[in-house]
Design a protein around this ligand. Structure first.
Ligand SMILES: [Zn+2]
Length: 312
């Protein structure tokens, strides 16, 4: 049994995973602006309760797996850089904390890479050694497995910064400091700006919605809202073109798409398949594109898999 923690921006998931099976999973409020040490203590207490309900304690477990936002040094078990969430996790000694609090070893991985590891070993990526995953939610998360190994490189950033590839030279200013990143052209967080900047904004039902999500854009589009239709088509095109670029760069045999957008997988995947068929190079037109099998728990499954499926 592996206790697992997925440190997200708005909520922290935690639970117990046994060989790819989520035995327990729960949420608590994230404290991404507060102290990481205080938050981990809080989550450790909640996990101890889950274990106690099963007559278990930390000493019955093999280790603690953590999935974290930011660029993560999975060898040194530390967060190297962040972008506005859990900034004080940088330099925090996660392994030392886990040893003192639980007596267990700890392994930690970037959240997008952990989700891909979960899908690769126990979900939509099973059976292939070259797979790319893109998660479309508030931001755009990416990760890759190349030749049977998660891509990371000496800076541990390999494959993880796909949301910040520049797709529009001189475009909008991104949270990362660059301009025209994929996330500034199409993402959950930039959506209110896309709506406000759209020339048909004044005619759209979207303008009366506070903090709209893609769910509302899809609903408005289906109801005939011209602004919503154009924004949805724009985002699907931008993401589809980016996926073609990632396919050209990494040469995967399968692309997994995850995130909140996949609640509308029947709309999203056919659009991406069309863009791949139109724009991908030669045999790469045949790259499979599929939905993740563990939309809520891939990160937890992957964080646990760090103990038994990944070489370190
Ligand atoms: Zn950026």
């Amino acid at each position: 049994m592996i206790p697992v923690i997925d440190l997200g921006g708005t909520r922290t998931k935690f639970g117990l995973v046994d060989k790819g099976v989520v035995v327990e999973a729960a949420y608590c409020e994230a404290r991404s602006k507060g102290s990481i040490a205080t938050h981990l203590e809080e989550v450790a207490d909640l996990i101890a309760d889950l274990l106690a309900q099963r007559g278990l304690g930390f000493s019955d477990c093999a280790g603690i797996g953590v999935s974290s936002t930011g660029i993560v040094d999975s060898v040194g078990a530390s967060v190297l850089t962040t972008n506005g969430k859990y900034d004080n996790a940088v330099g925090f000694d996660f392994a030392d904390w886990a040893r003192r609090r639980t007596g267990l070893p700890l392994r930690i991985e970037n959240d997008a890479r952990a989700a891909l590891i979960g899908e690769w070993r126990y979900g939509a990526g099973r059976g292939v050694d070259d797979v790319f995953m893109i998660t479309l939610g508030t931001g755009v998360g990416t990760a890759a497995v190349v030749g049977g190994r998660p891509l990371a490189g000496p800076f541990f950033a390999g494959g993880n910064l796909g949301g910040h590839i520049i797709v529009k030279s001189g475009g909008r200013l991104c949270t990362c400091g660059a301009r025209g990143c994929l996330e500034t052209e199409a993402s959950g967080w930039v959506l209110p700006t896309l709506i406000a900047d759209h020339p048909l904004h004044h005619t759209s039902a979207l303008r009366s919605i506070h903090n709209p999500s893609f769910k509302e854009v899809i609903e408005a589009s289906d109801a005939g809202d011209a602004c919503a239709k154009e924004i949805l088509a724009h985002c699907l095109q931008v993401w589809g073109e980016a996926i073609v670029s990632f396919i050209h760069l990494l040469g995967p045999v399968r692309v997994i798409v995850g995130g909140g957008l996949m609640n509308a997988a029947d709309r999203v995947l056919p659009a991406f398949r069309n863009t791949i068929a139109e724009l991908a190079w030669g045999a790469l037109k045949k790259v499979e594109i599929v939905a993740g099998e563990h939309p809520d728990n891939a990160g937890l499954i992957g964080a646990a898999a760090l103990f038994y499926d990944i070489e370190h």
